[in-house]
Design a protein around this ligand. Structure first.
Ligand SMILES: NC(=O)c1ccc[n+]([C@@H]2O[C@H](COP(=O)([O-])OP(=O)(O)OC[C@H]3O[C@@H](n4cnc5c(N)ncnc54)[C@H](OP(=O)(O)O)[C@@H]3O)[C@@H](O)[C@H]2O)c1
Length: 303
């Protein structure tokens, strides 16, 4: 495959989209075009070409994607099906590589794949596989990174930032893979640089493997005056609650959290990646000192 030069990114204003856009621009390897919704309030660097799109119009999308080598989708979780016309247009426009908005747990793991929150992403895999089969010029890469490390820390997902009662999922001892937003941005750049070795497959990246207990021990070390009281929370119970809610059409934050925690901390759900592509991508692992730095940073931000 020829080198990827022209890259369109959809959802570039989001929590993950912003650092991915930053990494694409900073690499100076690509001509970057941003696709945004017509209703988007987002602002982008003046140097970037922005096309406001009706994501339902395949002809408009095809026109916008003509000349692009790759599409990176970082669209929000609830807009997975928006990618169906985007993929169709990418195929029609002759795009060579599509990165869907994956960026999650190891949903190739059958237990994780059974969780309803991931079904919309799995449906996109089927569309991609079918299109790649029918159109050999069209290829895809799924990037899996585990929970966002810095983002999840900042939201108090791994431990409560203010001290006090904090959940330990299934005891807080199960190792899991986790990755910062900036590293995921680098992974996107490196996947596009290594297009041949990343074609039509899932690519796994991680900054480190850790546990909630390790994180809380670091938090305790850097803020000795703050006190935490861990409480054990069963991810099996969380999944049951989330499935009940889902069955009743209540796909709220607690339901999503239930599925999310199950995929990260549940036994046999693949939260700790067995094989990673860090070496191929030239991404080294972060150290305990790096983790301490991240935790120190989040705890000093007025919490
Ligand atoms: N592993 C993890 O811990 C983790 C955590 C959160 C998210 N994720 C995954 O990361 C990916 C990106 O999520 P995110 O949280 O960064 O997304 P986000 O910030 O919620 O949204 C990303 C962008 O999507 C566009 N958008 C929003 N609503 C849309 C709609 N209805 N139709 C089309 N576009 C819409 C917006 O861009 P414009 O305004 O520019 O159009 C928005 O800035 C998703 O696949 C998500 O599942 C993973």
């Amino acid at each position: 495959m020829e080198a990827i030069r022209n890259v369109a990114i959809a959802g570039a204003s989001g929590a993950l989209g912003s650092p991915v856009l930053h990494a694409l621009l900073q690499s100076e390897l690509f001509n970057v075009t941003v696709l945004a919704r017509q209703s988007s309030q987002a602002h982008f660097p003046a140097s970037v070409k922005v096309i406001c799109m009706d994501y339902t119009s395949v002809p408009d999308l095809t026109a916008a994607l003509t000349g692009q080598d790759a599409v990176v989708s970082v669209l929000t979780t609830s807009a997975m099906e928006t990618q169906i016309p985007l993929i169709e247009a990418a195929v029609k426009a002759g795009v060579k590589r599509f990165l869907p908005s994956e960026f999650c747990a190891n949903i190739g793991n059958p237990k994780a794949a059974s969780l309803p929150v991931y079904h919309s992403k799995l449906a996109i895999h089927e569309v991609l596989q079918q299109q790649a089969q029918n159109h050999p010029h069209f290829t895809y890469t799924l990037i899996r990174n585990g929970p966002f490390l810095d983002w999840s820390l900042a939201y108090g997902f791994f431990f409560s930032l203010n001290g006090g009662s904090t959940p330990f999922y299934d005891g807080g001892e199960r190792p899991f893979s986790t990755t910062t937003l900036a590293t995921i941005g680098r992974a996107v750049v490196e996947v596009l640089r290594h297009s041949e070795k990343t074609r039509n497959r899932a690519v796994f990246v991680q900054d480190l493997v850790t546990t909630q207990q390790k994180m809380l021990a670091i938090a305790q070390k850097v803020t000795p005056d703050r006190k935490w009281t861990p409480r054990d929370v069963s991810t099996a119970d969380m999944e049951t609650m989330a499935r009940d809610k889902h069955a009743n059409g209540m796909n709220d934050l607690t339901a999503s959290m239930g599925f999310f925690c199950r995929s990260v901390f549940g036994k046999g759900y693949g939260g700790e990646f067995q094989e990673v592509d860090n070496k191929l991508l030239g991404i080294s692992l972060k150290t305990d000192a790096d983790l301490e730095e991240l935790i120190r940073g989040v705890l000093s931000e007025g919490h």
